[in-house]
Design a protein around this ligand. Structure first.
Ligand code: SF4
Ligand code: SF4
Length: 346
């Protein structure tokens, strides 16, 4: 496995059937779904990317809607579901969460989990059903964890991570997510890699830039720092990964957006804990990104409905979060829209 096989936009080329449909003006069903089962979280991260929806008022995806929708995804040919946040998925309860995961798995969809790891107890249960699990740790020691997560839980989360790595199967990938900011400096990447490279069974560390809707990110050399850390710490069984596309985008005019419509929105969407379908994970809780409400309609009706079409046709991506989830895919599809000169001469 190469480090860039885990992340990056080129995976979309393994779904050429859907891309061909899109090129022919059709709307395929998505490959991947993010499902957020609760908006609650016991952590208080100052850089929480979902602060619009993570709140004190409890919102949980009703189990009946979750079950029904997972079955509908299977009928639509969806390939994977990532249980993530918008909130901490384990606070939904391990038993109901595992039940939904097994339902999806039984319907031939791949399952994954993104968690802060704090409340995990059934390590074997999650390891047995998930293709991959990522702990968002964003720190390399107790002090940096408290700063990044707003509470003291580094030792517990590390203990849980080690327990999960011991229980994981050969087919389960376990990783750690780390947020970065330009002002963190080179030491941040080295310290994080040093801490996690020592954990037996951990497959990768992933760096992601902190971005905000309302603040312009500063130009950065963060990707260069990541490459330096990779040169020191990446070994056969431990990968140092990051999206070069996203880090590069932060240094480009309009954050590298060569597109004004989210072409790639046919590949992915998000179900919020409020049972609404959003065009992407970043749009949760934002009415202009909402495609419909599963309380009142099926997933297929929402996906093919007028509101969803209007959102796709009018949303101006230049107003979206920089370096977003589908940035790389959108750049590639924008290129595909332009017919090159003499296209038949290869
Ligand atoms: S753990 Fe995740 S969902 Fe919870 S506050 Fe931190 S970033 Fe937000
Ligand atoms: S934030 Fe990105 S993925 Fe979401 S709608 Fe905008 S361009 Fe698409």
């Amino acid at each position: 496995m190469e480090s860039n096989e885990l992340f990056g936009s080129r995976k979309m080329w393994h779904h050429l059937d859907r891309i061909a449909q899109w090129q022919n003006g059709k709307l395929p069903y998505p490959v991947a779904i993010q499902m957020d089962v609760t908006n609650r979280c016991q952590h208080a991260c100052p850089n929480c990317q979902c602060s619009v929806v993570v709140g004190k008022a409890k919102i949980e995806l009703p189990v009946a809607i979750a079950r029904r929708t997972i079955t509908e995804f299977a009928e639509c040919g969806v390939k994977s579901i990532t249980f993530s946040g918008g909130g901490e998925p384990l606070l939904y309860g391990e038993t109901p969460l595992l039940e939904l995961m097994h339902l999806a798995h039984g319907c031939d969809m791949d399952v994954a989990l993104v968690t802060n790891g704090n409340a995990m107890t059934d390590f074997q249960g999650f390891a047995s059903v998930c293709r991959w699990i990522r702990y968002s740790i964003d720190a390399h020691d107790a002090e940096s964890f408290t700063r990044m997560h707003g509470l003291k839980a580094f030792d517990k989360v590390m203990e849980n991570l080690k327990s999960l790595c011991k229980k994981k199967y050969i087919t389960t990938t376990v990783g750690v997510g780390i947020l970065t900011k330009p002002e963190f400096g080179r030491e941040w990447y080295m310290n994080c890699c040093r801490t996690f490279a020592e954990i037996e069974g951990l497959d990768y560390i992933q760096f992601r830039p902190v971005v905000h809707w309302d603040k312009q990110p500063a130009p950065s050399d963060e990707y260069q720092c990541i490459e330096e850390a990779r040169n020191v710490y990446q070994i056969d069984k431990f990968f140092v990964v990051a999206s070069e596309e996203k880090y590069s985008a932060l240094n480009l005019p309009h954050f590298g957006r060569t597109y004004t419509r989210c072409h790639a929105s046919f590949l992915h969407c998000t179900i919020g804990a409020d049972a609404c379908v959003y065009i992407c994970c970043h749009g949760q809780g934002r009415p202009e990104y909402k495609l419909g409400d599963l309380h009142y309609a099926s997933f297929a009706d929402i996906w093919n409905g007028d509101l969803a079409a209007s959102v796709r046709n009018t949303l101006n991506t230049l107003e979206c979060l920089p370096a977003c989830h589908l940035h790389g895919q959108n750049c590639q599809l924008q290129r595909l829209l332009k017919t090159p000169l003499h296209k038949n001469f290869i």
